[in-house]
Design a protein around this ligand. Structure first.
Ligand SMILES: *[C@@H]1O[C@H](CO)[C@@H](O)[C@H](O)[C@H]1NC(C)=O
Ligand SMILES: *[C@@H]1O[C@H](CO)[C@@H](O)[C@H](O)[C@H]1NC(C)=O
Ligand SMILES: *[C@@H]1O[C@H](CO)[C@@H](O)[C@H](O)[C@H]1NC(C)=O
Length: 326
């Protein structure tokens, strides 16, 4: 109890709000309800620990010791262990045609920065909720962006169709998957719009009845990009967003802005990859090269649902895929 009071005092002094006020705002903001007093008490205790971590991190940010800052997010009432358990390992998918980008195509001079969000080609950020379908949102969004870039069509494509219909290609529905298996599906069946096949947040039966006639997009080709930053840059500069996997580590859940740069806690390790995202640009701030990335954790997380990630960490370019459409 003494410790809790001490924490409360520290946080209140630095934020101007009491822990109880932060907790009330958190519950309101994220629509959190708890089934019993004991349940809420436990969640409140975890919340206080996370809040202290956020405060301590942000004072390091203010001293210039780290390039990103933290804030309260929808993940603020769970522990590191619970967060890790949510993100299961991405299932292994079937092998398909793999083209490794020829280095000659990367010799052209590339712009210093690319930003497909600012270009207005991306659909809104969605909150995947308990459905671990980052691979499906990032794949559907990549095709939406290509439709805009190539055909000036603004349409959100269906992640739920990929969640429901790519299981036979090796994906795990709401338990994770890969962009590559989604591409194999789109190559065969196309992909409908999100309004024709809306997100339900759970594993439903695949509704493939009208897939070929109603699909909004036709796949032309796809390539796998392995650990080659210049190739990712090349595709971002010349084609559109690039699908990627990252290690969604327990610290990045608190990310609120800046450049996530914790290489030690988020190593470039292919075996840790557990979450599909969409790289939508790159740039340099204060000498730090970063990727600009679209996530599927809702708009209240990060920078309106997006984040900047320092290059060569969290495995971001270790399993890249890029599609093209007809
Ligand atoms: C793209 O579409 C918008 C609205 O649908 C239209 O106003 C605009 O002229 C189009 N641009 C091009 C280059 O066709
Ligand atoms: C399957 O999709 C078709 C066309 O998009 C729709 O009319 C039908 O209601 C869907 N079926 C189910 C079971 O959702
Ligand atoms: C760049 O660094 C300066 C000096 O450390 C800092 O004041 C500024 O906020 C930084 N800019 C960004 C965008 O982080």
């Amino acid at each position: 109890m003494k410790l809790i009071l001490l924490l409360a005092t520290v946080i209140a002094a630095t934020q101007g709000l009491s822990v109880e006020e932060h907790w009330a705002a958190f519950k309101e903001n994220y629509g959190k309800t708890y089934t019993s007093y004991e349940h809420e008490k436990r969640r409140f205790d975890i919340f206080q620990e996370n809040l202290l971590l956020i405060q301590q991190h942000n004072s390091r940010y203010e001293k210039g010791e780290t390039a990103y800052y933290m804030g309260i997010t929808k993940f603020s009432d769970i522990t590191d262990e619970e967060f890790n358990a949510m993100f299961s390992k991405i299932p292994k998918t079937k092998n398909g045609k793999i083209n490794i980008l020829q280095t000659s195509t990367t010799s052209a001079p590339l712009p210093d920065s690319v930003d497909w969000k600012a270009a207005g080609v991306l659909p809104p950020v969605v909150d995947q909720g308990d459905c671990l379908a980052g691979y499906a949102f990032s794949s559907a969004d990549a095709f939406s962006a290509l439709l805009f870039i190539k055909h000036n069509e603004s349409v959100q494509l269906s992640a739920q169709e990929l969640i429901d219909c790519t299981r036979e290609y090796g994906n795990g529905g709401c338990r994770g998957g890969e962009a590559f298996a989604s591409f194999l599906y789109v190559e065969e069946k196309g992909l409908r719009t999100a309004s024709a096949y809306p997100f339900t947040g759970k594993n439903d039966a695949c509704n493939a009845t009208a897939a070929s006639t109603e699909s909004a997009v036709k796949m032309a080709e796809y390539e796998r990009i392995i650990s080659l930053d210049t190739a990712v840059q090349y595709y971002l500069a010349t084609r559109g967003p690039v699908n990627a996997d990252i290690y969604a580590n327990p610290l990045i859940r608190h990310y609120k802005g800046g450049i996530y740069d914790d290489a030690e806690r988020c190593p470039n390790e292919i075996s840790l990859l557990n979450h599909g995202v969409l790289i939508v640009g790159y740039g340099t701030t204060n000498g730090t090269d970063y990727w600009f990335v679209k996530n599927s954790w809702g708009t209240k997380w990060g920078e309106e649902g997006y984040f900047k990630l320092k290059r060569s960490i969290c495995g971001i370019t270790m399993n890249g895929h890029v599609a093209n459409i007809a």
